[in-house]
Write a protein that binds this ligand. Structure first.
Ligand SMILES: Cc1cc2nc3c(=O)[nH]c(=O)nc-3n(C[C@H](O)[C@H](O)[C@H](O)COP(=O)(O)OP(=O)(O)OC[C@H]3O[C@@H](n4cnc5c(N)ncnc54)[C@H](O)[C@@H]3O)c2cc1C
Ligand code: FES
Ligand code: FES
Length: 1351
């Protein structure tokens, strides 16, 4: 090839603007390029692994074969910049902004309250933009499905879905029959999803406005591309993009070790997280043979580079065109594609990549093996083509039968023939965007035979001619169950054969507790369950194809058993919100003012810490972390790190100018470890370099020698065994426990474990430290706790606090995770910046953030409870143990809150509750929304549930009859006033139609053998106040400028919860000005000092009161002019006041009276209790453990809400976060139950392994009401705090699931109480559904089996 034919630069367009890039590095991702080279910071880095969607952009190119422009939403964090040649890249900035006008998608998401912290929002906007550009007339279903690659941790998704559905083409029809107008009567506003869609239904032009495709690109002719990288001269990376198969084969011949790249979805993970280095990369996107899709009578021939999206489109077409029996293979592949990764990944990832990647848990490979697909491999030279069966392709873990010079050209997939049946299965932790735990492809070919039945005349039956059983997730490769296949040949298709085959399957698919991935019993049970489902599926198909003969030839199966073959089909979700209108006396407080940053967030203009522009001379840093769980540091060698280009320095404990000891309450931590590490991930030092990647590279090269120390303790039970606790026992007592027990008719004892939870704020920890003159240090940090950051930094630097200023503009979510654990990394950066006297920034990426910054505490509750035969509570003794990790952090207040909440809403009369903090070699566990409350509440509800099951009574009856009454005293000696729970409960029982639905659930369960439903209703009370009395204080500073504009600053931080919006409402209400005049710039310790963390749900109460006090002062000062000139406008008033030399700046300070916890004296006093009730109905698949929420109703008492839609957003968001806690979010640590992991390591350190609820998990029918006519005299504008309390109502889902499992167990004759630990993951649900299959995998004691967990 001549040099002229080779192009060595990239041509693409970004937001309509042409870019010719001569200096691209093949290692750069599109996201890095956009953010760092083009300053387009709207696209966010949430995970870097394609799992959160925060980086979503849309790319378009002209397809000459189809003569049309193809648009697709993709993950910019996975796409190599070199793959963008010839594309038009559209980012969130390109479609609209607040200056020139925003796009309808941005407008609707903002105006439907679909953006809280806003960090996920640009990605969500762009996903929808991609869908609307791709689908001519999208239905509501298309739109709901389009978000499978996006996560949001704040909103609970409902408002985003409502906003998105306004673009659907089928809303009109639906609403005509079902919708109602937004209703407003008696000051009550009810609004449903359909109501919200109404104004958009008749829009003539629903089409989403699109940025024009650059005309130049219509004529873009892809050329052979060769980009030579310059980053590391010794290890430079090269990118080739051949455009013909001949060129590709030649390249492969020349560079056999080169890496072929298509979607890069696997390779990016390898290079970023596994440190693989590929010096030569070959993009294979533009080769005709690899993109070809053909079909003949026998099957389909798919080019290896065909993307999964194209594959899906073709399969859907072919489903309509081929013979009915041929469709089975299309259906089996489509079934796997439905939940394969996400839209963004499927748009770029190819079938060939999935095959060659050879993941043992691939979703598609089992189907390809089962159907007998063939691979065509080719290499340079004549006749160098080889065909290999997929069944023989996988050799060992990630090793395949492909030679270095070979290229996978195409895949031949045969159609199913007559009397041949194929089906695929997958079970994952979460349905959307999750790799399977086990996946399977089963195919049988059957034929009719005559058999002698019980010695009578021969009868016709179906016999197995061929069987092909392939499984993923059961071995280091996708495996065929050869022995089982052999056994099946010639067998009659019957339940007996199915059962016998199970024995073979289990024999040839052994797993042990050391098998990577764990869950041996569950995985083996899934295999048997899938096989059983397949047995029924084939029976059903035979009945379908041979209806007249089926009675005689196919085994009789009760109709209720066919529920096993039912697939999850999600209905379109729907929401309803109900609240009172604002009091007539208010102007803005009580109205649903939009989040003040909503428009900035939807357009990507909102700046987060990592979006701040680079300062001159600014350096980057990366933390050096402990790799051992408990060890002594013997030596630190930085020699290799010093050779990294751009390396500036390494700093450790000797470099701390002030005090190396640190910690939030107890100073039991070190800024940098000096000698003993107590967990994996402790900060030992920090590396500073000219670029982020150099700093990260250097940090990895700091060589540390350790001497391991023992014991190494990871779990609560190990800590109890070794008597390893932090501090002393905490204890609360009420009444006379012994007497209560004696008066009880029954006493039961048991224990319950609840796992921790990762915050998974979308924005990870970030900070920037800027040293100034006279030892001053300015910090910008993503923290909920600026004052503590200031204090502890000053102590570490050995300077007074007046030299440190901490600024917080906004956070991309916090949830308690940024209350204290943001501080240690921030101090580390400040120390380095102080030493070097240069600005330094640190962005802790998702995997490190999850591994080192602590989570919600796992708890164990051991209880003994006494009660009467009618279920009246008499006495409870409870021992709570929290897994605190290695240091105190906030663990004591967390434990205390658990103890204060372990009565939930019930009068136990006599109680003794004890709490202990277990010291383990895990990162320090910390605050998380609810702050120990959910763990205490959950244990209490487990106790209530146990009593109900013991007495065989409805749990709702036990709950209702034991509820506290007005004036009752709690076990911490607080009298309950304004107690609404009984009334709210009764109201929700009626409005949720609980009784009728309970009956319907029972009926459903009778009719469905393998799918069960459950319904549960749960109350909650949550005490509002910091239990540490001194924290119940707040300050505010208001400046009114001469032009009448107002700058408000208060002590709270904005993390999406709408605090600033509410504070602006309060300020404008009290000063009597329009809200547009009031602005909050940031939270900063030089404006309001000594602030408490934004936590405990108390920020609105505290800061709102401080603002009120400041406003009162200003109003008093302005009063004389107002009296004198009552007709003055605000501007005239302020102007006059200025000239009259009136002080237009005021500071307010508030301390909540009569609050605080005093556990040592057995008492606490909260300001008041936020109360609520929630009812949920669920359905489970008893054979796989899959579950979904059918409907949730919540009734929440928020007094007079300051901003109803923001508050409802908090309720929905908290509920869905709680849903994760209760059902799918599982932290897996290297501990005694997970011996396949390195001790103390967190396995679940990214969205790939740790699953938070996705769009698909929202209750299908989600109704939220605010309790009416209950003003709260104890807080600002009679409101109530909302942030944490609703989270616990998600336990209604847990108990509904438990009930569904119990229904199945009862059918199987199991009466004993089901001990179900939390979260109720698919694994726990399946294993709780004890049946003939669990008996095969677990043994006789299967009904007592407990799945593993890190507690
Ligand atoms: C967030 C996320 C979710 C995922 N979810 C799933 C899931 O649900 N199920 C699942 O099975 N997988 C999943 N994966 C894995 C991955 O997306 C798939 O394996 C995908 O099909 C890989 O295709 P790709 O084009 O991105 O491959 P690439 O990353 O570009 O390449 C993968 C490998 O294949 C090789 N290769 C590609 N084409 C050829 C060829 N023609 N000849 C020879 N070698 C070739 C490459 O050299 C490389 O080794 C997920 C990955 C991510 C990041
Ligand atoms: S940052 Fe790209 S998907 Fe998370
Ligand atoms: S608004 Fe979605 S993550 Fe915060």
């Amino acid at each position: 090839m001549s040099l002229e034919e080779v192009c060595n630069y990239l041509t693409f367009f970004i937001n309509g603007e042409k870019v010719i890039e001569h200096n691209a590095e093949p290692e750069w991702t599109l996201l890095w390029y956009l953010r760092n080279k083009r300053g387009l910071t709207g696209s966010k880095l949430g995970c870097g692994e394609g799992g959160c969607g925060a980086c979503t952009v849309m790319v378009s190119d002209y397809d000459h074969r189809l003569s049309k422009v193809i648009h697709r939403a993709i993950n910019a964090c996975l796409a190599p910049i070199c793959s963008m040649d010839g594309f038009h890249i559209i980012t969130v900035e390109g479609i609209g902004n607040t200056k020139q006008g925003i796009h309808p998608i941005q407008e609707r998401i903002a105006e439907f309250y679909g953006s809280q912290c806003g960090f996920c929002t640009p990605g969500i906007v762009m996903s929808l933009y991609g869908t609307l550009n791709n689908i001519e007339a999208p239905t509501e279903k298309d739109i709901e499905d389009s978000f499978d690659g996006n996560l949001c941790r704040c909103t609970g998704y409902r408002p985003i879905l409502d906003a998105a559905k306004t673009f659907a083409c089928n809303t009109t029809k639906k609403s005509e029959c079902e919708g109602q107008q937004e209703r407003c009567s008696n000051d009550i506003l009810i609004s449903t999803t359909d109501d919200k869609l109404k104004p958009y239904q008749n829009e003539q032009n629903k089409k989403c406005p699109t940025l024009e495709f650059p005309p130049l690109l219509f004529h873009f002719k892809p050329q052979y591309l060769h980009i030579r990288g310059m980053i590391r001269k010794r290890e430079s990376v090269e990118w080739y993009r051949p455009v013909t198969l001949t060129e590709l084969l030649k390249l492969k011949h020349l560079y056999p070790t080169s890496k072929l790249i298509l979607g890069n979805s696997e390779i990016q993970i390898e290079t970023k997280f596994k440190n693989f280095h590929y010096p030569i990369m070959v993009g294979i996107t533009h080769i005709d043979e690899l993109n070809a899709i053909n079909r003949d009578d026998d099957g389909m021939i798919l080019g290896a580079a065909v993307t999964l999206t194209r594959l899906k489109e073709h399969l859907e077409q072919w489903m309509q065109q081929v013979e009915p029996y041929q469709r089975a293979i299309c259906h089996a592949i489509l079934n796997q594609l439905k939940y394969f990764a996400s839209q963004q990944i499927r748009n770029v990832a190819c079938l060939g990549g999935n095959i060659v990647n050879a993941s043992p848990i691939s979703d598609l490979n089992p189907v390809l093996q089962a159907c007998g697909a063939q691979l065509k491999l080719q290499k340079h030279g004549r006749d160098e083509t080889r065909f290999v069966s997929v069944c023989d392709f996988f050799l060992s873990y990630r090793k395949v039968d492909i030679q270095p010079e070979e290229v996978l050209v195409s895949i031949h997939i045969p159609f199913t023939s007559k009397d041949e049946y194929i089906h695929s299965y997958k079970q994952a932790r979460r349905r959307d965007d999750d790799i399977g735990i086990v996946s399977a492809g089963f195919r049988v070919k059957v034929s009719k035979v005559n058999v002698q039945v019980n010695g009578y005349e021969p009868e016709m039956r179906w016999s197995v001619e061929e069987a092909h059983l392939s499984l993923g997730g059961m071995a280091p490769i996708t495996v065929m169950a050869r022995k089982t296949e052999q056994f099946l040949k010639g067998q009659i298709w019957s339940k007996e054969t199915m059962k016998k085959a199970i024995k073979y399957l289990l024999e040839e698919l052994p797993l042990t507790e050391l098998t990577p991935g764990g869950q041996p019993e569950y995985r083996r049970t899934l295999v048997t369950s899938f096989w059983f489902k397949f047995y029924l599926y084939v029976c059903k198909q035979l009945r379908k194809y041979y209806p007249e003969q089926s009675e005689a030839t196919v085994e009789q199966v009760p109709s209720s058993h066919y529920s096993a073959t039912k697939h999850y089909q999600r209905k379109i979700s729907h929401g309803q919100q109900e609240h009172q209108l604002k009091p007539h006396t208010n102007k803005v407080v009580g109205s649903s003012v939009l989040h003040r940053s909503a428009y900035l967030q939807v357009t990507g203009e909102a700046k987060y810490t990592d979006d701040m522009p680079m300062l001159p001379g600014c350096l980057y840093s990366a933390l050096v972390l402990s790799t051992q769980a408990h060890a002594k540091i013997i030596e630190i060698d930085k020699t290799q790190a010093e050779h990294v280009p751009g390396f500036v320095g390494y700093f450790g404990h000797q470099d701390v100018p002030g005090n190396n000891e640190t910690g939030d309450i107890v100073h039991d931590e070190e800024v940098f470890v000096s000698s003993i590490v107590e967990c994996v991930g402790q900060i030992i030092g920090i590396c500073v370099a000219d670029t982020e990647s150099h700093a990260q590279q250097a940090a990895k090269l700091i060589a540390i020698k350790y001497e391991n120390l023992f014991p190494q303790i990871f779990t609560i039970d190990q800590a109890i065994e070794h008597n390893k606790y932090l501090g002393s026992e905490r204890y609360l007592e009420m009444g006379n426990l012994e007497q209560g027990m004696q008066e009880s008719d029954h006493i039961i004892e048991s224990q319950f474990y609840m796992g921790g939870q990762e915050h998974f704020y979308l924005e990870t920890n970030c900070c920037l430290a800027v040293p100034l003159e006279e030892e001053e240090m300015q910090l910008w940090s993503s923290t909920q706790n600026p004052s503590k950051t200031q204090d502890l930094t000053a102590q570490a630097l050995g300077i007074p606090s007046n030299k440190v200023v901490c600024h917080v503009k906004r956070m991309g979510g916090g949830f308690g995770g940024k209350e204290t654990r943001t501080i240690p990394p921030c101090i580390a950066v400040a120390v380095a910046a102080f030493k070097l006297q240069r600005p330094i920034r640190l962005n802790i990426e998702r995997d490190y953030d999850m591994a080192i910054t602590g989570q919600r505490h796992a708890f164990k509750g051991a209880y003994k409870v006494g009660f009467t035969s009618k279920g009246m509570l008499k006495a409870m003794e409870l021992h709570l143990y929290a897994n605190a990790g290695w240091s105190h952090d906030l663990s004591f207040p967390v434990l205390e809150r658990a103890l204060f909440h372990c009565d939930n809403t019930y009068n136990f009369k006599n109680m003794k509750v004890y709490g202990r903090l277990c010291k383990t070699n895990l990162p320090s566990m910390t605050a998380f929304r609810g702050f120990g409350g959910p763990q205490g509440l959950m244990t209490c509800e487990i106790v209530i549930d146990h009593i109900a099951k013991y007495l065989k009574l409805e749990p709702s009856l036990i709950r209702r009859q034991n509820m506290y009454r007005e004036g009752d005293m709690t076990h911490f000696k607080q009298n309950l006033t304004s107690w609404h729970i009984p009334e709210m409960w009764d109201e929700l029982i009626v409005s949720s139609e609980y009784e009728q639905r309970l009956e319907q659930v029972r009926q459903f369960n009778v009719e469905h053998r393998y799918r069960k439903r459950g319904i549960s209703i749960i109350p909650t009370k949550f005490g509002i106040a910091f239990t540490a009395k001194f924290l119940n204080q707040a300050g505010a500073l208001i400046h009114i400028y001469k032009d009448g504009s107002i700058l408000l600053t208060h002590g709270g931080t904005e993390m999406g919860q709408g605090l600033h919006t509410k504070m602006i409402q309060i300020c404008s209400e009290l000063l009597g000005v329009d809200i547009s005049l009031v602005r909050i710039s940031e939270t900063s310790t030089d404006k309001v000092p000594n602030t408490s963390p934004t936590a405990a749900s108390a920020a609105s109460d505290l800061n709102g009161m401080a603002i009120k006090i400041a406003c009162q002062q200003l109003n008093e000062r302005l009063e004389p002019i107002r009296r004198e000139s009552p007709d003055f406008t605000w501007f005239q008033l302020i102007s006059k006041a200025y000239y009259e030399r009136i002080n237009l700046s005021a500071q307010g300070f508030y301390a909540t009276p009569n609050v605080g916890g005093d556990i040592l004296n057995n008492r606490a006093h909260f300001n008041y209790f936020t109360q609520g009730c929630g009812c949920s109905e669920v359905e489970i698949d008893t054979l796989t453990g899959d579950s979904h929420v059918i409907r949730t109703d919540i009734l929440m008492d928020l007094g007079n809400s300051i901003n109803p839609y923001i508050d409802i957003g908090q309720i929905e968001g908290a509920f869905v976060q709680g849903l994760g806690l209760m059902t799918m979010e599982e932290l897996i640590w290297g501990d005694e139950q997970h011996k396949w992991l390195k001790p103390g390591y967190l396995f679940t350190r990214g969205p790939g392994t740790y699953k938070i609820p996705s769009f698909n998990d929202v209750p299908i029918d989600f109704r939220v009401s605010l309790f009416k006519n209950a003003p709260n005299p104890l807080a600002i504008f009679s409101s109530k705090a909302v942030g944490e309390p609703p989270l616990f109502l998600s336990s209604s889902v847990f108990f509904a699931i438990k009930q569904a499992c119990e229904s199945y167990r009862q059918e199987n004759g199991i009466q004993e109480f089901l001990k179900l630990n939390s979260p109720a993951t698919s694994e726990r649900i399946r294993m709780a559904c004890s049946d003939e299959f669990t008996k095969e995998t677990v043994g006789e004691k299967h009904a007592e089996f407990q799945a593993q967990g890190s507690f």
